[in-house]
Design a protein around this ligand. Structure first.
Ligand SMILES: Cc1ncc(COP(=O)(O)O)c(C=O)c1O
Length: 368
């Protein structure tokens, strides 16, 4: 619990309090229905979210990592294959590749934090099957370039959209830009539930049919197991909660954009701030500034009662788990530089104007 006058990096309870009555009703409705796995709420959520993301199909699953993993399985990825992804991301973007038995091929990122298409092109080999661009911090990767590269090479593109629900690129929603997309409904995401959750969007009917089998033991019907599968379903109660929250998502994302605009305009002379391109609509899952005095600034803010976070302090190739992949310090210079300079400031719809103002004042104060 935050102390009075503290500005937490994130506060989930503020939003819960605002929705408490609606959520309680949903809990009662699902509880009284007696259906706790799949069923109507899951169907309704999948329909609504497919439409929201501009895709023909949505398949809900147990979490965002499974969304990516099951897509790779549906795309036929396995031992002997390579999958390209960004060195600067949450670790799940890479472990899902390892979990299929394929080899992750990491590439460097650009200053927008997202995968560098030129590096993607260089990393393609005869074993490459999929490219996973991550829309980090709520901002689209350079999908036109990535899709052009994948088309030329005949590869799948799997959007890691865990952090970017509601974002757009050239007017098109994230989740409609590749062969499929994996989203997370983790409580910290812009659309988060009250536990783990995730979903996949795709307009490829073959992938969609396979994914529905894979998330439910491979069962076509109650007794017919068509392929070996997994148990990775979104809980019915979480789907019902997600439906309630989906109605508010655009308003929440708009509020985050408003806060981001204020941060950007106020802090541009002090730190490097994200500058949106005219073709993108960022949803600011995080507002990431970069500064060479990152650690000192973070301590200064902490002492002033302001929370901040680093996404991510260790690039994936330098994680102990990645030892076997053969990368070293210097393999991905931009990702390594960002790991030492990035700082995420508080950004969530419930943040008060007075709190945003105090964050700005304290950052400025640090530099004078
Ligand atoms: C970029 C990225 N990919 C994948 C995931 C995995 O999602 P989940 O935590 O729901 O498994 C996350 C969530 O933290 C993420 O941020």
């Amino acid at each position: 619990m935050a102390k009075p006058n503290e500005i937490p990096f994130v506060s989930l309870t503020r939003q819960f309090q605002a929705l408490e009555v609606e959520l309680t009703q949903v809990f009662l409705d699902v509880g009284r229905s007696g259906v706790y796995i799949l069923g109507e709420s899951v169907d309704q959520f999948e329909q609504a979210i497919a439409e929201y993301c501009g895709a023909k199909f949505a398949i809900s699953v147990a979490n965002g990592s499974d969304a990516l993993f099951l897509c790779l399985k549906a795309m036929g990825v396995g031992p002997g294959d390579e999958v390209i992804t960004a060195a600067n991301s949450f670790i799940a973007s890479t472990w899902v590749i390892v979990a299929t038995g394929a080899k992750p091929v990491l590439v460097d990122v650009c200053s927008d934090l997202n995968i560098d298409p030129l590096e993607v092109e260089k990393a393609i080999s005869s074993k490459t099957k999929v490219i996973i661009p991550v829309h980090l911090a709520g901002r689209s990767a350079a999908m036109d370039d990535i899709n052009a590269i994948s088309e030329k090479a005949g590869l799948y593109v799997l959007e890691d959209a865990a952090q970017a629900i509601g974002a757009r690129y050239h007017g098109k929603p994230i989740g409609s830009l590749g062969s499929a997309a994996g989203f997370s409904l983790h409580p910290l995401k812009n659309l988060g539930v009250y536990g783990d959750g995730g979903f996949i969007t795709t307009s490829d009917e073959i992938l969609a049919n396979k994914l529905r089998l894979l998330r439910n033991h491979g069962l076509r019907t109650r007794n017919d197991c068509e392929i070996w599968g997994y148990n990775s379903r979104l809980d019915t109660i979480q789907a019902a909660f997600a439906l309630v929250k989906l109605k508010h998502l655009d308003t929440w994302n708009e509020r985050c954009r408003q806060i981001a605009k204020y941060y950007r305009e106020s802090l541009v002379d002090y730190v490097d701030v994200p500058k949106d391109q005219k073709w993108e609509q960022n949803v600011y899952h995080n507002f990431v500034i970069t500064t060479s005095l990152r650690d000192e600034l973070q301590i200064y803010l902490r002492e002033a009662g302001i929370g901040s976070a680093i996404h991510y302090p260790i690039p994936i190739h330098l994680q102990p788990a990645a030892k076997d992949l053969g990368y070293k310090v210097g393999s991905f210079p931009k990702a390594e530089e960002l790991a030492c300079t990035m700082l995420s400031l508080p950004i969530y719809p419930e943040l008060l104007d007075s709190e945003v103002e105090r964050v700005v004042t304290k950052v400025k104060e640090f530099y004078v």
